[in-house]
Write a protein that binds this ligand. Structure first.
Ligand SMILES: *[C@@H]1O[C@H](CO)[C@@H](O)[C@H](O)[C@H]1NC(C)=O
Length: 278
């Protein structure tokens, strides 16, 4: 074997190892926020579970903060009768003028669909809700929920399909999250006052504890990391590529169940300005 080949082989092995090491580890990268024994880790930090019982829910957050990049997490949601439960998965900075990028999964009675609720807060102000049903059962297998965040836009993705895009329209007076680093948070809690079918369906505590599963957390801090969905590797030139635009339209047409941008009743004086920009 030539020396060159050996060097290359060593480099390939080193690269493979570094990829494994970069994959998230719940022991190293996260801390418990509440619920103590209800947060469990398995397989040397490869799998994490949150649970909710009558006494308390539970939650965790990342130790580090992130500013831009692509953040992936695989979740398997509370199965069976999950009515009244909410599994929140979000990025947030701190303080009164914080920014936030939200996924919230609202449970339902057995056989009825979860609602995926999304929101974007900028400078402490949210009110930008979009809700979706999913095209699969999110309780039977793990699915990947991602945020691709660059100075140009925020994309919410489900299994690599963009479901929502929030573009940077700062030049036209709409604040955009770009200077406050965020931590990653998740929690499982009881919200049966409002979560399921408008609060009509309550949590069935006979089914407790309720459990949600997490694995394969991954952060790529590079702006260009989100490029799978983009036309260009440079974030300055990014637009969604044709496949992603098609998927986004498909989701918005068949699975979107609420969009603040089309809620004329809620905004009698006109919908927020970003709704009129593309
Ligand atoms: C629960 O199921 C009902 C009926 O299919 C549906 O309208 C609703 O959006 C679902 N999700 C929630 C959170 O209520």
């Amino acid at each position: 074997m030539g020396k060159g080949v050996l060097v290359i082989m060593v480099m390939v092995v080193a690269l493979a190892l570094s990829v494994v090491v970069n994959g998230g580890n719940f022991d190293q990268d996260f801390e418990i926020t509440f619920g103590d024994g209800r947060v469990k880790k398995f397989g040397r930090g490869q799998l994490l579970t949150l649970s909710l019982d009558r006494v308390s829910g539970s939650g965790f957050r990342s130790k580090r903060e992130y500013l831009f990049g692509r953040i992936d997490m695989q979740l398997k949601l509370v199965a069976g009768n999950s009515a009244g439960t909410v599994t929140a998965y979000y990025l947030s900075s701190e303080g009164a003028t914080h920014d936030e990028i939200d996924f919230e999964f609202l449970g339902n009675v057995s056989g009825q669909p979860y609602t995926l609720h999304t929101n974007v807060f900028t400078k402490g102000k949210g009110g930008r809700e979009q809700q979706f049903h999913l095209w699969f059962d999110p309780t039977s297998k793990f699915h990947t929920y991602s945020v691709a965040w660059t100075p140009r836009m925020i994309i919410f993705l489900v299994d690599n399909t963009p479901i929502r895009v929030f573009k940077n329209h700062e030049a036209r007076g709409v604040p955009f999250p770009k200077s406050q680093p965020m931590k990653i948070y998740s929690s499982l809690w009881n919200a049966d006052q409002w979560a399921t079918q408008g609060g009509r369906v309550k949590t069935d505590w006979a089914k407790a504890p309720f459990t949600a599963y997490y694995r394969n957390f991954n952060v790529n801090p590079n702006h260009a990391a989100a490029t799978a969905a983009f036309t260009d590797a440079k974030w300055q030139n990014q637009e969604l590529n044709a496949w992603s635009r098609r998927r986004l339209r498909w989701v918005q047409k068949y699975f979107m169940i609420y969009n603040y941008c089309t809620d004329a009743q809620r905004f009698p004086k006109g919908v927020p300005r970003e709704c009129r920009m593309f």
